[in-house]
Design a protein around this ligand. Structure first.
Ligand code: SAM
Length: 279
């Protein structure tokens, strides 16, 4: 019998530990272990990796990641009510699961992890987006992680993989595709979760590129795309005028028409503009 078989079904875990879902913590749990195993498989070969899991909840995805062979998992969970359920999993997989009770936005996980490191999470989407942007914008590259496998609302997932010219194209697409390969690998209907959220979800897998597709300073590129897409309907010469007094000349030097709108500008051109503004 494998370790996973000694653990009770997740519905039983939820009932035993009285884990009624809390909206304030974005709790929509995955209770189907076939599904959590499927998501874990999207994270790639885990056998020689440490995995950082954010928001394990009752541990469905955690079980999937362990069963898929993760060397060691560090799981950060904000809700203390989940800790007893997670301890049962840690006992079934001795030495392979460490749980920290806290806010993932405030904890530095690096002290606990040994490379290579992969990240996997089913998180409330606002926390997920904030962490994604942090993981994508360290000053230096490559980052501490090899890949990210993250659940998002379908609409947010589409913004991460969007191409120029589409409505979904914006800051997230630029930051994700500049230094990573991003794909939607799985779509999930609301009924996959307990309780079901209002909208569909999707799993996005991002693999860190060895180096950025085009050179640029991360902080400057972030500033440029934030300003450009904050006023996405305006021409860039207006949307970006706060960035440099001679922005029209800078845009032209980067090969971008000052009358262009952000939605039409490629990643390569945004990087050229960031370099131009860095001179
Ligand atoms: N991974 C579990 C699953 O798939 O069933 C739970 C997913 S549920 C959508 C999100 C989880 O993230 C909850 O357990 C919630 O308590 C936790 N969470 C919410 N905000 C958090 C934060 N800032 N840091 C760590 N965990 C957080």
């Amino acid at each position: 019998m494998s370790a996973i078989d000694t653990l009770p079904p997740l519905r039983e875990v939820i009932a035993t530990h009285q884990l009624s879902a809390r909206k304030s913590l974005g709790q929509n749990f995955l209770l189907d272990l076939n599904l959590t195993a499927k998501i874990a498989r999207q994270a790639g070969d885990l056998s020689d990796c440490d995995v950082l899991e954010i928001g394990p909840g009752p541990g469905g995805l955690t079980r999937g990641l362990l069963a898929e062979g993760a060397r060691r998992i560090l799981a950060i969970e904000k809700d203390p009510r989940c800790l007893p359920a997670l301890s049962e999993i840690a006992e079934a997989y001795p030495g392979r699961l460490k749980v920290i009770n806290g806010d993932a936005l405030e904890i530095d996980p690096l002290a606990y992890l040994t490379p290579p490191i992969r990240i996997a999470a089913n998180l409330p989407y606002n926390v997920g987006t904030e962490l994604l942007v942090r993981w994508l914008t360290p000053p230096d590259w490559p980052p501490f992680w090899q890949s990210l496998t993250l659940m998002f609302q379908r609409e947010v997932a589409e913004r991460i993989v969007a191409r120029p010219g589409s409505k979904a194209y914006g800051r997230l697409a630029i930051l994700a595709q500049w230094r990573a390969e991003a794909r939607i690998v799985l779509s999930l209907p609301p009924e996959a979760f307990t309780p079901p959220p209002k909208v569909s979800s999707a799993v996005v897998h991002l693999t860190a590129l060895p180096e950025p597709r085009y050179p640029a300073n991360a902080a400057i590129l972030s500033r440029v795309v934030a300003a450009a897409f904050n006023q996405r309907r305006k021409m860039l010469r207006a949307a970006l005028k706060g960035l440099a007094p001679d922005i029209e000349d800078r845009l032209t030097a980067a090969g971008i028409a000052p009358t262009e709108r952000a939605e039409q500008v490629s990643l390569e051109a945004f990087c050229a503009l960031a370099r131009e503004l860095d001179r």
